[in-house]
Design a protein around this ligand. Sequence first.
Ligand code: ZN
Ligand code: ZN
Length: 188
Amino acid sequence: MNPLFAVPLALLLGALTWSFLEYCIHRWLGHDRRLRGNPFGQEHTRHHSQGDYFAPTHKKLLAALGALLLVLPPSVWVAGPLLGGTYAGGLVAFYLYYEVLHRREHTHAGIGPYGRWARRHHFYHHFVDPSANHGVTSPLWDVVFGTYRAPGVIPVPVKLKMQWLTDPQTGEVHAPFSAWYTLRGRAS
Ligand SMILES: [Zn+2]
Ligand SMILES: [Zn+2]
């Protein structure tokens, strides 16, 4: 195949593979009771209960490095150094994008339709139904596996609220977000 087509295709396949792993890891390692206690699940439970907790960066980088070492040799073996390397690079690059996006969903208000969509999709998962909307970067696999839910108004517990959601003066939800989020409960 012409490398002009093959390279972008390998990149896309790498990104798609991460997107699938993102769904599987979050849904099953993060939320399936039968797999409770696995290292990702423990960190993820803490992320849900504290809201602003994220697993330490060195753990994530180690996991990414381990995954790269696992994926790269067979990819190169199957598709050659250029396409195999591009595929593995696309997977890791999209993984890093996921990490940045997820963190920013919690720390910063969304920019543009995608940024706002990504937050509503993710905070529906956090605060309404943790068995739905497992995808963070896209709804693709939620749609495929039937776990996609369109978020209505999301009731955010006051003690877990995102900094960007409320006006620090009044403690109320900022006007641009008030159609999509409400506050629930009192700060302890
Ligand atoms: Zn989260
Ligand atoms: Zn979760």
